[in-house]
Design a protein around this ligand. Structure first.
Ligand code: ADP
Ligand code: MG
Length: 247
């Protein structure tokens, strides 16, 4: 479904990723680990074609279509959804308006009463106050509330490819539990492909990724199963790489 081939990405003229390769098939869950600043969020922004992230070589295919230089709104309409590491506040646009317009651009015309009802049932599930329906997107919201708002948008828009960039950051233990159980429900119901970035073992264990990859020095240097994440959790990135070099 998603193929990243030999991608090089620059930010303000500095190369962050070089010859980056990753293929994620339908229904697969891939986890991406790597030290702070290794380029994990950069690959997310590059997939969505954020203008700050310049692709100087390589390409990205989604459902066999070249999306390397497609506009972000078109990429999102194809069914890729990014739950961002730092979700932005949008003053003057509330959640129900945002969702109504996003759904309508997907060709789904839902009347406001049905939409309100659906949003409320998701809010209840993720334990977010019902006033979030009409609150401006993320304005005055805490870190955890922003992550939950991302979950609300996810459940309403039902993308087939989800990128979760450190969804656990800002969440307290109870909220993390709620997010995990909602994500598990989503996976069971819609069988999406997922690219998840996190170092939180609880989340990794719960989602049980098919593959775990580690970025180091501009691209993926190690791939395997959850054992890699367990090793990193125990001994850190450097030790894990040292051991694998000696294998
Ligand atoms: P990670 O998500 O793995 O912690 P990032 O992908 O956010 O790392 O960042 C990788 C590197 O690129 C970092 O050195 C960061 O400072 C730099 N970087 C990312 N985005 C920008 C930006 N918009 N402007 C300048 N530098 C950036
Ligand atoms: Mg990041």
């Amino acid at each position: 479904m998603l193929q990243i081939k030999n991608l090089t990405v620059k930010v303000s003229n500095k190369t962050i990723l070089k010859d980056f390769n990753l293929t994620i098939k339908d229904g697969e869950i891939h986890a991406l680990l790597g030290e702070n600043g290794s380029g994990k969020s950069t690959i997310c922004s590059a997939i969505l074609n954020h203008p700050d992230y310049q692709k100087t070589s390589g390409k990205i295919l989604f459902d066999n279509k070249d999306i390397t230089n497609l506009s972000t709104d078109k990429i999102s309409l194809m069914g890729i959804y990014l739950l961002a590491q730092n979700p932005l506040a949008i003053e003057g646009v509330n959640n129900i308006e945002l969702l109504r317009s996003a759904l309508s651009s997907k060709g789904e015309k839902i009347n406001i009463f049905t939409l309100n009802k659906e949003i409320n049932s998701v809010l209840k599930e993720i334990k977010l106050d019902s006033n979030f329906v009409s609150r401006d997107v993320n304005v005055g919201a805490s870190g955890g509330e922003r992550k939950k708002t991302e979950m609300l948008h996810l459940f309403m828009l039902k993308p087939k490819f989800i990128i979760l960039d450190e969804i656990d950051s800002g969440l307290d233990i109870d909220s993390l539990k709620i997010v995990i159980s909602s994500l598990k429900k989503y996976i069971k119901k819609y069988n999406p492909s997922i690219l998840i970035i996190t170092h939180q073992m609880k989340l990794l264990n719960a989602l049980n990724p098919d593959y775990v990859h580690v970025i180091k020095d501009q691209n993926i240097k190690m791939s395997g199963d959850l054992e890699i994440a367990k090793k990193i959790e125990k001994t850190g990135f450097n030790e894990t790489f040292k051991v694998s070099e000696n294998d």
